[in-house]
Design a protein around this ligand. Sequence first.
Ligand SMILES: [Zn+2]
Length: 258
Amino acid sequence: MTAFTVRLVPCLTDNYAVLIHLPDSGATILVDAPEDGPIRAALGTEGWRLSHVLLTHHHGDHVQAVPLLRAETGAAVIGPAAEADKLPALDRAVADGDRFAIGGLDIAVIATPGHTLGEVSYFLPAAKLAFTGDTLFSLGCGRVFEGTPEMMWASLETLKRVLPDDTSVYCGHEYTASNARFALSVDGDNAALAARAREVEALRAAGRPTLPVTMAAEKAANPFLRADEPALARAMGLEGQPAAAVFAAVRRAKDTFK
Ligand SMILES: [Zn+2]
C-alpha cells in the first residue's frame, strides 16, 4: 500500500482544496484549485512540491488558481474531457471508467453529471478516498445547474453503489451546517441525521471542518442519498413515486429553503 498524507485546505469563503502527498514518490496531488494563496501556503508549510492537479468541474471557484500554480510548479493538470473547452489546458483529459496511477496510487474516474454536464468525481480505492466536487456534499448535494434532477439522482446513485462504506469523502464546499438545517426539516425522524447534525454543530463551534465524512454516514443521514427510501418519500408526500421524483422534490425544496 502506497503511503499518503491528506491535507484539507480552506479557500475563499467556503471552498476546500485538498492536497494528497505521497512520500515514497514525492508526488503531491491537488484536488481543485479555488485560490492560490492558501494552497501555496500549505505546500510551503509541509515542504511539498505540487506535481498534479485533479479538477472536478469547470466552475471558477474550482479552477481559477490553476494558471498561477502551474506556472510556478509545472504541475500536470487532469480534468474531465467533457469540459476540456471550459477548463484550463489539460495535460490529461479523463472520462467515466478511466483509471490511472500517480506515484503508485490508483485513481478511478466516475462521471457524476448534474451540477455541470461534465463533472467527474475521483475515487482512490486503495487509499479509501473520494473527491466528489460539487456533486455530493455532506448532508447535501450540488445545485442542478446544467443537468436535470434525474441526471443528478443517477450520479448520486452511482456514488452510493461504487463507493464503499468506509470511503472518506471530501467535498468541494463547507456547507454541512446549513445542509443539516435543511435535512432536519425534511427528515427530522432520522436518528443518524440528528446525530450527524449534533456532530457538525460541535465541529463548527470548535472551528473545525466537517470533512471528510464516511460514505456510511452519508448514506444514513443525507436526504439526497435517501430519495429511494420509503420514509423519505412519505415525508415528502410522494409515497410510491420513483426515487428520481422524490429527489427532484427534495432538491426543489432545498433551492428555496431559508
Ligand atoms: Zn460548482
